[in-house]
Design a protein around this ligand. Structure first.
Ligand SMILES: [Zn+2]
Length: 202
């Protein structure tokens, strides 16, 4: 039995549903849209979709705090912001399960420890591979980095297109959504915040 942490930190038992049951569910959906799930081109589709969903939602099985603990090094006196720009982001909205595609910019100001740069992108990825709202995703990344790095400040920006907006509903194909979240020095000191915003917009 595998217990998975959901976004509200309650434990859910994922293994109550087997891959086969999930495949059956996708077969039903194929029929429901008007397809014949038994025609040749679709025979393996439910299996492939289940495999793809495991990839889209693998973040439920991963803990970003454990990742951040792995690669600490001494700060060596560096006391300014570290920015990782244009981290590609693929998530799914929790309202339509439609893709959210965009970029994340992440910055932190170290206190005593620095972290490998790949860990910033990794934190973005773990929270992205869950059902999300962009607002919550932005805050979860920021709060986790703030705690996990014991940082002086953290800034997170996400600029993304929601396919539930661009492919359905009001069909605004060029619309993107920008969210920002600031903690510590980035929240309290506007000079840090302004410099961050200027640097990510370059
Ligand atoms: Zn949506």
């Amino acid at each position: 039995m595998k217990l998975v942490k959901d976004t509200d930190k309650t434990l859910i038992n994922k293994d109550q549903i087997t891959d086969q049951q999930a495949e059956e569910a996708f077969k039903t959906i194929l029929q429901w849209i008007g397809e014949d799930p038994n025609r040749e081109g679709l025979l393996e589709t439910p299996k492939r979709v289940v495999k793809a969903f495991k990839e889209y939602f693998k973040g439920y099985q991963q803990d970003p705090i454990i990742e951040l603990k792995k690669t600490f090094g001494d700060v060596d006196g560096y006391d300014d912001m570290v920015i990782e720009k244009n981290i590609s982001l693929e998530s799914h909205c929790e309202h339509h399960m439609a893709p959210i595609i965009g970029v994340a910019h992440v910055a932190y100001i170290p206190k005593t420890k620095v972290v490998g740069l790949s860990k910033l992108a990794r934190t973005v990825e773990i929270f992205s591979k869950r059902l999300q709202t962009q607002e919550r995703l932005t805050m979860q990344i920021a709060n986790t980095l703030m705690t996990g790095l014991d940082a002086k400040g953290v800034a997170v920006t996400i600029d993304a297109a929601h396919q539930c907006m661009t492919m359905r509903g009001i069909k605004k194909e060029k619309a993107t959504t920008v969210t920002n979240y600031f903690l510590g020095s980035f929240k309290d000191d506007l000079s840090f915040q302004n410099r961050y915003l200027r640097l990510i917009s370059k």
